[in-house]
Design a binder for this molecule. Structure first.
Ligand code: JD8
Length: 302
């Protein structure tokens, strides 16, 4: 039995094996192990009553393909979400559904229980969603303007988008807030900062390509400052930090004067070439700040 406030997710499909590994790996897999998410995957054919476990039939009004039978779906959902079974939201992936968005994901992440009805063939008889609406919330949702062969892939897309918003699922919660599509459930946040910039990590020079200065460097700086302050606070020091946009040595000189510092520590990644030519930050700071400059190399991630 999962955690008290675990999100319960049931999936009804004729391909239960489709969900085997995807729900067992990465963030979602770990969340399931921790009990933050509780999964139930149900084979629809269990509720097919004929010897062939038939779940589809010819469409009324003619037309191509086959349609999934309402009676099989009805019996399955009645058992999986019994009338007194507490509140559940039924999510029916369909190409004609409302577009799935980050805000819908945030809403689902706050639900106690989601049930995904994954159709195949031409889809599920339309009376199933209608009938279920009599006793639960039912959403017909599309994950995009393209046609899939069934609802399983769409359910996985939604489960991942919802799962990563659950408390504790993402290592550093901060990354949720600054999601491209708002993601923090703040309605005005939707679409905020629509397109994130590219991200960079070491090496600073790769195939003669430098990490661009400015924005990306600033992002890297924000992260570096965050990690450094965390480390310093963890060591008990009252450190404070700021990012400087303008020339760092001018800002450093001003800060030394402002706080009356009697020593400066310059902590950077190793820059072997610059060090060799004494053009590294510490060497340059020594000519600028007028107090002893201690040079340290960072060995942590940022
Ligand atoms: C559920 C059956 C296949 C669809 C005849 C191809 C979502 N964004 C999306 N694209 N496609 C789906 C989706 C497709 C499905 C089912 C979702 C159940 N099919 C059908 C109608 C045309 N075949 C989807 N979410």
């Amino acid at each position: 039995m999962g955690r008290k406030n675990a999100l319960r997710i049931d999936i009804v499909t004729i391909f239960p094996e489709y969900f085997g590994s995807p729900l067992g790996v990465s963030l979602i897999g770990k969340a399931a192990v921790r009990g933050d998410i509780e999964f139930g995957v149900h084979d629809l054919r269990r509720w097919a009553t004929d010897v062939h476990h038939t779940v589809d039939d010819l469409p009324f009004g003619g037309g191509p393909g086959m349609v999934m039978k309402p009676d099989v779906w009805g019996d399955a959902l009645d058992e999986i979400v019994p009338a007194d079974g507490g509140s559940a939201r039924l999510v029916v992936p369909t190409p004609s559904g409302v577009p799935f968005t980050q805000d819908i994901a945030a809403g689902y992440a706050a639900e106690p229980r989601l049930v995904f009805a994954c159709g195949r063939y031409e889809g599920i008889d339309g009376r199933v969603a209608e009938a279920m609406r009599d006793r639960m919330l039912v959403d017909e949702v599309s994950v995009g303007d393209y046609v899939l062969a069934g609802g399983e892939a769409a359910a996985l897309v939604m489960i991942e988008a919802v799962g990563r918003l659950l408390p504790g699922v993402l290592g550093n919660a901060s990354s949720v807030g600054d999601d491209s599509f708002g993601g923090d459930g703040d309605p005005d946040g939707a679409m905020r900062g629509l397109l994130e910039g590219p991200v960079y990590t070491r090496p600073r020079t790769w195939r003669e390509r430098e990490v661009p200065e400015g924005e990306a460097a600033k992002d890297f700086g924000v992260r570096a400052l965050e990690v450094s302050l965390q480390a310093l606070h963890a060591s008990g020091s009252e450190a404070e930090g700021r990012l400087v946009e303008d020339h760092p040595l001018d800002a450093l000189r001003a800060l030394v004067d402002e706080v009356g510092a009697d020593e400066v520590i310059v902590l950077t990644d190793p820059h072997y070439v610059e060090e060799f030519f004494h053009r590294d930050w510490a060497s340059r700071a020594r000519h600028k700040v007028g107090v002893p400059v201690l040079k340290l190399f960072s060995h942590s991630e940022a």
